[in-house]
Design a protein around this ligand. Structure first.
Ligand code: GLV
Ligand code: GLV
Length: 355
């Protein structure tokens, strides 16, 4: 291979490997056992000759790594993730390294996890499972694990991009929920979908679903029964859900987060869960992964899973493939991928993901 490409982790599937190897790349996959690599670990992986790196969201891609990559002759980096809050894009620009991410292929998989958590919270599935396994079930009772019916309730979506919109469509169409969403941008496609679905219901003699684009986030917090967070994490969305905003939600609301942990003030959330036993939460992400804030693990009204929203076989293989294509495209100067220093380089929600 003419080019040296490093992947900081083994990734699912083989297509991404074949892509690189077939295109003159010598691929090195890190076999280090520890889960989170340090900056120093990665600098030594980069070594003194490296054309591109496929990295992970657990790694801190800043000044140190981009300067090391640049010194090794590298010009390409791809995160194996759609989110890239772990990447300092300005630093990458400064050292002439193009940055890619993996949007598109994880939209539905991530939305499906948000929907799973919504249902699990609404119907108290995890608590009920523990109860059953604990040998506590001694017969059917009218009051046993009564949860809420989603049909006719309102789903609130904060951040109606690719994933937020897919989630909204699932909850509206799947469960006939009304929709209120907040986003700085209007989601015309989502609005058209919900309108058309409402007309379909009406034509069938059913109550049409109602929907509205809120003019503030607080409107969503006040009105929605299930609220799912889908913003990008940046300075403006850090602790977007804080003590004050938690206080605006219904006492029996369900809050879902499959975006990034720091979007919620997790310590304030633990207090809120303690004080409001009917408030429920489904979390895929945490403020300081892999840790949870003290008390969270003891809360029965919280469902917690370890950052698995994009974890379907199809999606993880697609992410690996896109990450490889990002790096390869830059190294080989393919026109559509070679646009340097841009994230979200070539896929949008209309694109067909690779098989
Ligand atoms: C996963 O969290 C991702 O951003 O792809
Ligand atoms: C419940 O199991 C019912 O039959 O209503």
């Amino acid at each position: 291979g003419k080019y040296r490409v490093v992947s900081t982790k083994s990734m699912p599937g083989t297509r991404w490997i074949k892509l690189l190897v077939d295109q003159d790349c010598r691929l090195e996959i890190c076999t280090e056992k520890k889960t989170i690599l340090s900056v120093e670990d990665i600098i030594s992986l980069i070594g003194n000759k490296c054309d591109g790196v496929i990295g992970q969201l657990t790694e801190d891609w800043g000044e140190k790594l981009f300067s090391a990559l640049s010194r090794a002759g590298g010009t390409a980096f791809s995160n194996m993730a759609v989110g890239y809050n772990n990447v300092d894009v300005d630093a990458a620009n400064k050292y002439g390294v193009a940055v890619g991410n993996t949007p598109g292929v994880l939209t539905e998989t991530t939305a499906e996890l948000a929907a799973s958590l919504s249902l699990a919270a609404a119907r108290r599935i995890v608590e009920a499972d523990e109860f059953m396994r604990g040998g506590l079930y001694d017969g059917w009772l009218p009051h046993l694990f009564v949860g809420n019916l989603l049909k006719g309730q309102t789903v609130g979506v904060i951040g109606a991009g690719r994933i937020g919109s897919a989630y909204a469509r699932m909850m509206v169409e799947g469960f006939k929920m009304n929709l209120i969403y907040f986003d700085l941008y209007q989601s015309t496609r989502l609005e058209k979908f919900v309108t058309a679905y409402g007309q379909f219901l009406k034509a069938n003699g059913e109550q049409p679903v109602k929907w509205r684009r809120a003019s503030s986030m607080d409107e969503v917090l006040r009105e929605a029964d299930v609220i799912s967070l889908h913003p990008v994490l940046d300075k403006t969305t850090y602790h977007l859900v804080n003590k004050e905003r938690l206080g605006k939600m219904k006492k029996e609301a369900i809050l879902i987060n499959c975006s990034r942990g720091p979007v919620i003030d997790e310590a304030a959330l633990v207090d809120h869960l303690r004080q409001n036993p009917m408030f429920r939460v489904g979390l895929d992400v945490f403020e300081e992964e892999p840790y949870m804030k003290p008390g969270l693990a003891e809360m029965k009204n919280a469902i917690v899973v370890p950052h698995i929203a994009s974890a379907s076989k199809w999606t993880r293989e697609g992410m690996a493939t896109l990450a490889a294509l990002n790096v390869l495209g830059k190294i080989k100067n393919y026109p559509i991928w070679a646009d340097p220093n841009r994230v979200d380089p070539f896929l949008n929600e209309n694109s067909t993901p690779p098989p």
